[in-house]
Design a binder for this molecule. Sequence first.
Ligand code: ZN
Length: 570
Amino acid sequence: MQPGGAPAPSCGGVPRNKVVKRGLSRRSFLVAGLGAGTAALAGWATRPDSVLFNGKILTMGSREREVEALALAGSRVFAIGTSSEMLALAPRRARRVDLGGRRVTPGFNDAHSHPCDSGVALLTQVALEMDSIEAIKAAIHAKAAATAPGGWVVGFLYDDTKTPRSLERSDLDAAAPDHPVVVQHRGGHTAFVNSRALALAGVTESSPDPAHGEYFRGAAGQHNGRVAEKAAEAILTLAVKPPSREDYRRGAALIAKQFASRGITSACEADGNPAILQGYQDARDGGELAGRFYTHIDFAEFEKMSDAGVHTGFGDEWVRVGAVKLFADGSISERTALLSEPYAGLGDYRGISRASRETLYEQARKAYLAGWQIGTHANGDVAIDTILGVYEQLQRESPRRDPRLRIEHCTLVTPELVRRIRAAGVIPLPFAGYVYFHGEKMPYYGEERLKHMFAMRDFLDAGIKAAPGSDYTASPAEPMLWLRSEVTRTDARGRTWGANQRISVEEAIRCSTVNGAYASFEEGIKGTLEPGQLADLVVWDHDLLTMDPASFLTVKPERTMLGGRWVFEA
Ligand SMILES: [Zn+2]
């Protein structure tokens, strides 16, 4: 690609000016300000300031599926059409970028992830994305050596099914005998702790499990160091000191840059609070936020924002207030989701509830009546049934136009749940990459159940606007891994899970662009490359639409554009 390079002829050998004439005299191209719904733009731009041409641009729009070129004005798409049309439209001084025939898509939207906290963790904790217990012990030992005796050592990105066996309390005791250690599972619902950590938390062998939490035990009945849900939360509260304002700013900036390098230009921050919101704002004010963040607010913090007159939608295209976040159950990757039938091979164990229906109803009602969108974490069919019942009840009691209530993850469904989700206009936010990335956990659910998990085909067939997410750090924020998973439904070892839920490449891209924008009420400004929309796009080094999906992991962004500016160049 040659920014500012000379326009190249395209269109299969037809002389250029002839194409322009014909193009213009027939249907012509689409221009902002002329098309429906874009009148508001006519006032600010009458001519484009740059043109991207000679590409295969998948617009995801309703009128033109694919075009060769885009004309941009400021942060927005001004017009779309053939290369010759767009080049003819551009004034002499406009920037011209030859896309070299590359595939372009709208920027991807990670519709459920935890970017800011992950960014802060990258700055302050030990990253344990490793498949060897010895390597993990060595990393913890090294961190402990650099930490004052008695100080907490905190790890993250660990995954117990990626190591030959699960990390145990004795491993962590050996690695750091003089420090309390807590290693967070990358899924965020369980952790692995050593004896000092348990002692500091006041947990003895005779301590009962806390409500909505569990201390796991080994064969001899002793704590083995694995703790889940509320039990993990209590220890993490002791271990992780609240990040500073500066930590949040740096974390937000760091992760936004990483996301942009993978083709993600928008994300939903699925577990935010006012401090995280401020982190994004600070990064944005500092000119270092290379992404757009729709920030959910934890229930515990939403009322003070509500009292100030803030609700879902407040903000702008960079940083916006999202839904009130509630939790109904546990996690899929950590096997704590609340299921109607037991996990395979785990006796009668069916997962963990995180809140009663009464609590969920009271919380959801407060948020709903205050005008907020609600995003409830619910993975298992039991948890989904419960929160859906709450949503149905609220809409019956106090009908509200287009509340777009969300079920975060919404993993295990039934045909009846899908019907109710559709009827209630609820948006599911399924895991995009789990079949591929977490394949080794799938046997806990089994083939039969997998036919109804991450049920993209069922959602799309029912007309439901499902918007997938990575839940990063729970799985990688990698659009090509999402597509690989959703299109093939095979895991990294080649085993297929729920082939009936396969969707096409183009459907998968639509779900992570158009539907992602819909889930945050922003389909009017992004998700498609149509006149008037934000110029958020990715130039890929391979053509996703013509290659073998099994090779998607080799595909990389060459360039990522955010609001008309390149924010990543390989
Ligand atoms: Zn999450």
